[in-house]
Design a binder for this molecule. Structure first.
Ligand SMILES: Cc1cc2nc3c(=O)[nH]c(=O)nc-3n(C[C@H](O)[C@H](O)[C@H](O)COP(=O)(O)OP(=O)(O)OC[C@H]3O[C@@H](n4cnc5c(N)ncnc54)[C@H](O)[C@@H]3O)c2cc1C
Length: 428
C-alpha cells in the first residue's frame, strides 16, 4: 500500500493550526492539519463552564473575521463565551477551507533516514511530510504539585478539570494560584456561597480598562504585546485578568472585602496542615506596583499624544486591607477549616513526547528561533513567547503563523531550485 505524502503536516487543530493553514494556503503550500478530537477542542472541553475570553471581541480574534460574523449578538466590547470562541474557529476553518482531518492523533514523528522529510505514525496510518508544524498548544499538560497526599480525603483537581461549583463536595475550597484561571475560579466559587481561600503568588494585574480603553488596547499602543522577552525577574509571574461579568479589574483586596480569604504562596503540607509563605503582603504590593506602572505609562502616552481621554484618578486608590491581609494566615488545618477541595490553578507544561527529533534542549524545552526549530523541517507554533508576548494569544499566533509559512516557503523554493538544477544537468 502506498504511503500518503504531503508537503507540510500541521499537528493540532486549535487556533494555531488554523492560522498556520490559512498562511500556508496563501503561499500555495500543499498541507494537511490533523486534530485528534474536534476543532478548538480545548476551548470546548478543557475549560470551566462559565469561561469567557479574557480579551474583548474586537481584539482577541483573527484579522478579517469578527465574532459578530458568527454570533450577531456579540458586540465588539463583549467578552465571548468559550463555546462562541470554539464556534468562531469552526466557522473560520470553513471560511478558509482548511484541509483538516479531525479524530486523527499524531502518535510519533521521526526523520526519514537518507532522504528528506519525516515519517508520521498516526491513529489512521502513516503519512510522510517534508515539514511538520507542532501546533499542539501552549498548555498541553496540567502541572499539579504532589504536595498534598491523595489519601487525605480532600478532593484535589487542576483548574483544567474544574467545571462549576456544583461539581465540588460541600465545604470550603482552597484555590492555589492567582493567575487568570485561579482568580476567576475563586471568584465564581465565592459568588456561589462557598468559603474560599485563595493562595496568591507573584502576579501582574493590569487594569481591565483605563481612561476609556481596555487594557488590550493599552498593551497594544504601549508596544507590550510585541515585547520579545519577559522582564528579568518576572519569568514566573502570572497575569490576573478577567472578562467575567463584562470585565473588571482584578483587585485582591476587594475580593477579600467580599469575604475571600487571601493567603500567601502555598508552601508545604504535613499532618493535615497546609502552610503558606509569608509573602502575601509583598505579592499584593508588587501586583499594585504593576497596575500603577501601566497607569503611569498610559498617562504619559495620553499626554504625549494630546489625546482627549477622561482622567481616572480613582483607579489609583487601593481598597482598604481586610483582616486576612493585615494578619496573614501562615498555616491551615484542612479538617478544622473544613476545606473539602483544593483546586490547583498552577499552570501547564509542554509535552512533545510524540516528536522524536533533535529539536529539544536537555530539559526537553523546544530549541527554536521564532518557531523555526533546531531540527530543519520542524516548526513550533503557539508557544508562550515564541516570538513575543502575544504569541500564545489568538491575535498573536496569527502573525507568528505568517512568519512560519514564509520560512517553509523559502525552504521549498531552495528545494525547487535544486530540483530544477538537477533536471538541467547539475546543481549550481
Ligand atoms: C483558561 C484559559 C483562557 C484563555 N483565554 C484566552 C483569551 O481570552 N484570549 C486569548 O487570546 N487566549 C486565551 N488563552 C490562551 C490561548 O488562546 C489558548 O490556550 C488556546 O487554546 C491556544 O490555542 P492553540 O491552537 O495554540 O492550542 P490548543 O487550543 O491547545 O490546540 C491544540 C490542539 O492540538 C490537538 N493535539 C494535541 N496533540 C495532538 C496530537 N498528537 N495529534 C493531533 N492533535 C493533537 C489538541 O487536541 C488541540 O485541539 C486562554 C488559555 C486558557 C488556559
Amino acid at each position: 500500500m502506498s504511503i500518503e505524502q504531503i508537503d507540510t503536516l500541521v499537528v493540532g487543530g486549535g487556533q494555531a493550526g488554523l492560522a498556520m493553514s490559512e498562511h500556508l494556503s496563501a503561499n500555495g503550500v500543499p498541507h494537511l492539519v490533523l486534530e485528534r478530537y474536534r476543532i478548538a477542542e480545548r476551548w470546548r472541553s478543557e475549560r470551566w463552564d462559565s469561561l469567557v475570553a479574557n480579551g474583548p471581541a474586537w481584539h482577541d480574534r483573527f484579522p478579517g473575521f469578527e465574532f459578530s460574523d458568527v454570533d450577531p449578538s456579540v458586540g465588539p466590547n463583549d467578552f465571548p463565551h468559550k463555546e462562541t470562541v470554539a464556534d468562531y474557529f469552526v466557522a473560520y476553518a470553513k471560511r478558509i477551507a482548511a484541509p483538516i482531518r479531525c479524530g486523527v492523533e499524531v502518535l510519533s514523528v521521526e526523520r526519514n533516514v537518507g532522504r528528506p522529510g519525516f515519517r508520521l505514525e498516526t491513529s489512521a496510518g502513516v503519512i510522510e511530510a517534508n515539514s511538520v508544524v507542532a501546533a499542539t498548544g501552549p498548555f498541553q499538560r496540567s502541572i499539579m504539585p504532589r504536595m498534598v497526599p491523595s489519601d487525605t480525603g480532600v478532593v484535589q483537581m487542576h483548574s483544567a478539570g474544574y467545571r462549576n461549583p456544583r461539581q465540588l463536595p460541600e465545604g470550603a475550597v482552597l484555590v492555589v494560584g492567582s493567575g487568570s484561571s485561579g482568580t476567576q475560579i475563586a471568584e465564581e466559587l465565592l459568588e456561589s456561597g462557598r468559603r474560599v481561600y485563595l493562595s496568591v503568588g507573584p502576579h501582574d494585574r493590569p487594569p481591565r480598562a483605563y481612561r476609556g480603553h481596555d487594557y488590550c488596547w493599552w498593551l497594544g499602543v504601549l508596544g507590550k504585546w510585541d515585547a520579545i522577552t519577559r522582564e528579568a525577574g518576572k519569568e514566573h509571574v502570572t497575569i490576573a485578568v478577567s472578562g467575567a461579568h463584562g470585565g473588571h479589574t482584578i483587585d485582591f483586596r476587594l475580593l477579600a472585602a467580599r469575604g475571600m480569604i487571601l493567603v500567601g504562596r502555598t508552601h508545604a503540607y504535613e499532618n493535615g496542615v497546609i502552610s503558606f509563605a509569608p509573602d502575601l503582603v509583598e505579592n499584593l504590593a508588587n501586583g499594585d506596583a504593576n497596575l500603577l506602572s501601566v497607569l503611569d505609562e498610559a498617562d504619559a502616552y495620553v499626554a504625549r499624544n494630546g489625546l482627549n481621554l477622561p482622567a481616572e484618578p480613582g483607579a489609583r486608590t487601593p481598597a482598604p486591607d481586610a483582616d486576612c491581609v493585615k494578619h496573614p494566615i501562615l498555616s491551615l488545618d484542612l479538617a478544622k477549616s473544613k476545606i473539602a477541595t483544593i483546586i490547583w490553578a498552577t499552570g501547564f507544561a509542554a509535552d512533545f513526547c510524540w516528536l522524536k527529533v533533535d529539536a529539544f534542549d536537555e530539559h526537553g524545552r523546544p530549541k527554536h528561533q521564532r518557531g523555526v526549530s533546531a531540527e530543519p523541517g520542524i516548526y513550533f507554533l503557539g508557544l508562550p513567547w515564541l516570538s513575543r508576548r502575544g504569541s500564545s494569544f489568538i491575535w498573536g499566533v496569527w502573525h507568528d503563523a505568517k512568519y512560519l509559512a514564509d520560512q517553509i516557503t523559502i525552504q521549498r523554493n531552495y528545494m525547487a531550485h535544486h530540483n530544477a538544477s538537477q533536471r538541467d544537468g547539475g546543481a549550481r
